[in-house]
Write a protein that binds this ligand. Structure first.
Ligand code: NDP
Length: 252
């Protein structure tokens, strides 16, 4: 737990996972949400799947953080607050905002996400509370304010984009429509765009390889899915605006 070499190995493992993830999900679209399909073993209700798979990112992070030698100091606690600001919402609020009556996801997806989130929680939490000593001098660093600003912008984009999608459905409805407000006028997946910006912000504000590994993993996981979603919209809706990109406005 308090072995720096073990931590470094775990960070390298996460870089490797990012590499294999981008290869894997470019060929096999993760079978949940609009891409759900049979043949992936036992399933559970989507809402409970989300709570289970995101819990290690929230509660596991808290556990690993609390074991750190600097866990009672203010600067690590400020960084903890940023992380939990995102993950308390993602784990315990977002699943109850979803309109997913009757929808399921494979336990295999939940299991893989749990393994990843445990690794990610470990490398990031122990870095900020134990392996690196973030004193209050860190708050005067440009990287902290720059990263924090980027993180907040990413969160706002992600939250707004999720909200637009969730409001497309009336209670009890589980169908799909074309979203047309905010950044959806330019891209198919502003929720993923915002998520990626958030974790780039985290990598900058912590200026850590653990943060960088998570940001790269998020890009590896979400960029191919954004392209799959974009193709899906174009197949599903003949009137889908042709000028819209998948993930980055005016670029891809
Ligand atoms: P989606 O955009 O696929 O779906 C989000 C919600 O909106 C789901 O409830 C979905 O329903 C619903 N929805 C999606 N499109 C439409 C539409 N056109 N009309 C009506 N309802 C729609 O996002 P994900 O489920 O993949 O991800 C959810 C959040 O989790 C995102 O903010 C994402 O950034 C984050 N995330 C982060 C990851 C990371 O690596 N850090 C990995 C995966 C997700 P349904 O489920 O029925 O399709």
């Amino acid at each position: 737990m308090h072995d720096l070499q073990f931590h470094q190995t775990a960070v390298i493992l996460q870089f490797a996972l990012a590499f294999f993830t981008i290869l894997g999900v470019s060929f096999i679209i993760a079978p949940y949400g609009r891409h759900a399909r049979s043949g992936w073993g036992p399933v559970i209700p989507s809402r409970w799947g989300w709570i289970m798979m995101e819990s290690p990112a929230c509660l596991g992070f808290l556990y690993f953080f609390s074991q750190g030698q600097y866990s009672a100091e203010l600067m690590p606690l400020i960084l903890l607050a940023f992380w939990q600001f995102h993950y308390i919402h993602r784990t315990f609020i977002f699943p109850f905002r979803m309109r997913t009556a009757g929808k399921t996801m494979p336990l295999a997806i939940v299991g893989l996400a749990i393994v990843f989130n445990c690794l990610n929680a470990y490398i990031n939490a122990t870095w900020i509370s134990h392996f690196y000593h973030y004193t209050m001098a860190w708050i005067e660093m440009t990287v902290f304010w720059l990263g924090a600003g980027i993180f907040i912008i990413g969160f706002v984009i992600n939250y707004h984009a999720d909200t637009v999608l969730l409001n497309l459905r009336k209670p009890g409805d589980t169908g799909y429509r074309i979203p047309n407000s905010g950044l959806y006028r330019y891209i198919a997946c502003p929720n993923y765009f915002g998520e990626i910006i958030e974790w780039i912000g985290w990598a900058i504000m912590t200026w850590s390889t653990a943060g960088l590994a998570f940001a790269l993993y998020t890009i590896a996981n979400l960029a191919p899915r954004a392209i799959s979603n974009w193709h899906w919209y174009r197949r599903q809706f003949p009137d889908y605006p042709p000028e819209r990109k998948a993930l980055v406005p005016f670029v891809i």
